[in-house]
Design a protein around this ligand. Structure first.
Ligand code: NIG
Ligand code: FE
Length: 414
């Protein structure tokens, strides 16, 4: 190595950690019993070089390090991989606090949507915000996510539903370092209320998809009564697949409407929600490569049944866990809270919950080879906690994130 290369090396040594906890092995995605296997090292170090992990192990194995290295004292802290939120709607303007109050008084999410509120009220606010306003809103939301330990987030469009705002959302998400998903089929916007969902899809696929395909990594559709039916979802997803996008679906949130069969047939990356999924759906997912993304915060917020995550894991399906962070059905950016609910409501263990929002979430985003584990070669994204790592799930709403490291740099510290 030349002298210049040596000085260019950017190193961070996190030493004397009480614990390092990481999903075991290197394979992905994790199914069945493998989801529960965590490697635990006590009195440990993590060495990061140029944004990647170059060593993890017990302190007694740490040899001397030549040259410059920044040190971080890990005494009393435990380290887990940076959390990966593979399903959010974090790029939105405004809020729905008024509707929240109405819902507390008994109005349902579906009723508010049918009256032009719900998703459509966020569409109005997002269209009005402009690209700068949207970037500012996303930066604020991203700060919240980071403090909760999320180092990688996916975010969907779907609050523009016109060409300019949809593309602006995708640009803003990418510029913030998020993984952009084109949710062009989230709702039928008001200007197509009379013409209907098919006319809206004609427009979206003709006018928005060609540019969205260059900005987004995946496409998503809300397959539900009152949104898009299975035939419309198929048309949208097939066009998106042909344009090179990975496929995802919001399905079985309120009703089983063929979303799982369609996801399996089209080889989608994921099918998300699944609050209404029955045994046949569980079996179909278990026999497929489609990841089941469970969103317990949305189920809790809307008072829906919880998705059958335990049955899915036991049947051998790939299960990931995400927040669904959005202003309506899940105004909560915290994966630790999702992990708590995964343990108390979905009967997953803390180890399963951790793997579901690290390795398996990274798999949904096509990044399982580089994110979600504390292993040499992986991105140096870590969360340091001031407690046993299981407090992430154990302490509902607890604030144990002390330091967040992204690509080998401290990006947040309490
Ligand atoms: O995943 N179900 C559809 N979409 C979102 C909600 C978006 C919103 O209410 O603004 C969800 O729950
Ligand atoms: Fe969602």
């Amino acid at each position: 190595m030349s002298r210049d290369d040596a000085t260019a090396l950017r190193r961070l040594l996190i030493r004397d950690l009480a614990q390092v906890a990481t999903p075991a092995g290197v394979s992905a995605p994790l199914r069945g019993a493998a989801l529960a296997r965590i490697d635990l090292v006590a009195d440990a170090y993590v060495l990061c070089e140029n944004g990647r992990i170059s060593g993890v192990g017990p302190m007694r194995h740490l040899g001397s390090i030549d040259g410059e290295v920044e040190e971080l004292d890990g005494r009393g802290l435990s380290a887990v991989p940076g959390l990966v939120d593979c399903h959010t709607h974090a790029c939105f303007a405004g809020d729905r606090v008024d509707e929240f109050s109405l819902r507390a008084g008994g109005a349902t999410y579906e009723e508010l949507h049918a009256r032009g509120g719900g998703i459509l009220s966020t569409v109005r606010a997002t269209r009005e915000a402009g690209e700068e306003g949207l970037a500012a809103a996303l930066a604020r939301h991203q700060g919240w996510m980071l403090r909760a330990g999320t180092t990688t987030f996916e975010a969907k469009s779907g609050y523009g539903l016109d060409r300019d705002t949809e593309l602006a959302q995708l640009r803003v998400i990418a510029a913030a370092g998020g993984v952009p998903t084109w949710l062009g089929a989230h709702a039928v916007p008001p200007e197509f209320a009379d013409a209907g969902a098919d006319a809206y899809l004609d427009f979206a696929l003709r006018e928005v998809l060609p540019d969205a395909a260059g900005l987004a990594e995946a496409a998503d559709v809300f397959l539900e009564a009152g949104a898009f039916d299975a035939a419309q979802a198929r048309r949208y997803l097939e066009a998106c697949r042909d344009a090179g996008l990975a496929l995802r679906l919001h399905a079985d949130q309120f009703t089983e409407a063929g979303g799982i069969a369609l996801a399996v047939e089209l080889g989608a990356r994921s099918v998300d929600h699944l609050e209404a999924t029955g045994e046949a759906g569980v079996r179909a997912l278990a026999g497929s490569g489609v990841t089941a993304v469970v969103l317990p915060i949305a189920a809790l917020t809307l008072g829906r049944p919880m998705p059958p995550a335990r049955a899915l894991v036991d049947a051998g399906a790939v299960v990931a866990l995400a927040t669904d962070f959005n202003p309506g059905s899940a105004f909560c950016e915290s994966l630790p809270i999702a992990m708590s609910l995964a343990c108390t409501q979905l009967s997953l263990s803390p180890a399963e919950a951790l793997a579901a929002c690290t390795v398996n979430a990274a798999h949904v985003l096509g990044r399982a080879g580089m994110l979600g584990r504390l292993e040499p070669g992986f991105a140096a994204d870590l969360v340091l906690l001031d407690a046993d790592w299981r407090y992430l799930a154990y302490h509902l709403g607890g604030e144990h994130v002390a330091v967040v490291v992204k690509e080998g740099e401290v990006v947040w510290e309490r």
